[in-house]
Design a protein around this ligand. Structure first.
Ligand SMILES: Nc1ncnc2c1ncn2[C@@H]1O[C@H](COP(=O)(O)OP(=O)(O)OP(=O)(O)O)[C@@H](O)[C@H]1O
Length: 413
């Protein structure tokens, strides 16, 4: 989706930049989707020298970001400035933002307000660093740093359980009336790149004939194009359906080597459902993490304040690319419902009293990969937004600490 603002995008005064571990979604607020969706990656010559010579050199403009970075793998090193949703290398991140602002968005920062996004556990120092870079280096007109989960909820009401699963990190975040219930956030060390790696291993083990340089890309495409969740969670039945050669189960992937340009085909089988199944059977990935995603969501809601639990069950919002698997919402809804029903049944047996049932609702929307970005785009249009963001003047009067606290974490309970 590498489009430019020349192709009819509305250019407002606010830019929304949603930096993810794997991909950055950015564009002008007021549009329905981001103009750019590029890998959060930097190809940097200078960093390579730094690593090799352990000493700094003059300012370096010989670096590239996004898909373009992959064209420079021979002359530059490839760096990923973010890990698990959090900025890890600030020098590289600054470079990434520099190119994003001037070359991609073609914004004039001194006349532009930026909405940046952050994961729920972002350290306050990181918000200060962002403010320092945006106001001191870029001379931004204004800055607002918003929690991703709150933005995902923006168009569907302000109370809900957000399941945000991207490339590098998965979070369950309960939000009540726009406030994050911080103590009940759960982090799951499993996201898109783990599933890609798992599928890659399966393809390798089966000895599929895939050029080594393309295997990661193939595994990711197989996952995105053919992955699905089993409706009833019955793994044995699903394996048997493949073994019987049931129609439409096996798929064929048609590839072309990025180096030799030779064409090849591979058969796609069990990995179609085994990859996404890791959310419900995390022990496939490693023995240390055993709680399925429905259990984690249920625990998070059960520890939230009693008066908002029902609303949280009724509004589970999916956000991020790794929630896009076919059948994911239905499966999750079913699994969480089973947990509630079984708990209520036990309660009834114990107490002799029949409690009112709770209907779980998992909301899916076709743009959930961009839910965070779209929330930012909508937020900028609200009249109250003028009062929310920090201005350049405020920053120079009070310093980076203006960005230290995020109001959505104000203790409400
Ligand atoms: N149709 C799809 N089905 C399954 N997975 C998908 C699909 N489309 C994209 N993905 C996966 O979603 C991930 C990228 O999602 P997203 O852009 O939300 O992550 P991110 O913001 O970079 O990461 P994070 O939120 O972890 O910091 C990748 O792992 C990608 O392979």
């Amino acid at each position: 989706m590498q489009q430019t603002i020349d192709k009819g995008f509305y250019q407002s005064k606010v830019c929304v930049i949603d930096n993810g571990t794997g991909f950055t979604k950015m564009g002008w607020a007021g549009n329905t989707e981001p103009q750019f969706d590029i890998p959060t990656v930097v190809a940097d010559h200078q960093e390579k020298q730094k690593v090799q010579m352990s000493k700094n050199t003059n300012e370096n403009l010989d670096y590239y970001i996004g898909y373009e970075a992959y064209d420079y793998t021979k002359s530059h090193n490839i760096f990923y400035p973010m890990k698990s949703g959090i900025v890890e290398n600030w020098d590289l991140m600054e470079k990434f933002w520099h190119r994003s602002i001037f070359d991609y968005l073609r914004a004039e920062p001194d006349e532009t307000t930026f909405i940046l996004t952050e994961p729920p556990m972002n350290p306050p120092e990181n918000r200060e660093n962002i403010a320092e870079i945006f106001f001191e280096t870029f001379n931004a007109k204004g800055l607002h740093i918003s929690v991703q989960a709150v933005l995902s909820l923006f168009s569907t009401g302000l109370t809900g359980m957000v399941l945000d699963s991207g490339d590098g990190v998965t979070h369950c975040i309960p939000v009540s009336d726009g406030y994050v219930i911080g103590s009940c956030i759960k982090h799951i060390p499993l996201a898109g790149r783990d599933i890609t790696q798992f599928i890659q291993n399966l393809l390798k083990e089966r000895g599929e004939n895939i050029p080594a340089e393309d295997i990661k890309k193939v595994a990711r495409e197989v996952k995105e194009k053919y992955g699905y969740c089993i409706g009833d969670g019955d793994l044995i039945k699903e394996f048997q359906a493949y073994d019987r050669g049931e129609k439409n189960k096996f798929k064929t992937y048609y590839g072309k080597s990025s180096v030799t340009k030779e064409k090849y085909t591979i058969d796609i089988g069990y990995e179609r459902f085994l990859g996404p199944e890791m959310f419900f059977h995390p022990e496939f990935l490693d023995g240390k993490w055993r709680s399925p995603i429905d259990e984690i969501i249920d625990k998070s809601i059960q520890t939230s304040p009693v008066d908002c639990r029902k609303k949280l069950y009724q509004n589970i919002i999916l956000s991020g690319g790794s929630t896009l698997f076919d059948g994911f919402a239905q499966r999750l809804e079913q699994q969480v419902q089973l947990r509630i029903d079984s708990r209520l049944q036990k309660y009834e047996v114990r107490s002799g009293f029949k409690p009112a049932s709770i209907k779980v609702n998992v909301t899916q929307n076709p743009f959930q990969r961009y839910a965070v970005w779209q929330g930012g785009s909508l937020m900028a249009l609200q009249p109250q937004f003028e009062k929310v963001y920090h201005t350049r003047q405020e920053y120079f009067e009070r310093g980076p600490s203006i960005a230290r606290y995020n109001a959505v974490f104000q203790p409400q309970y």
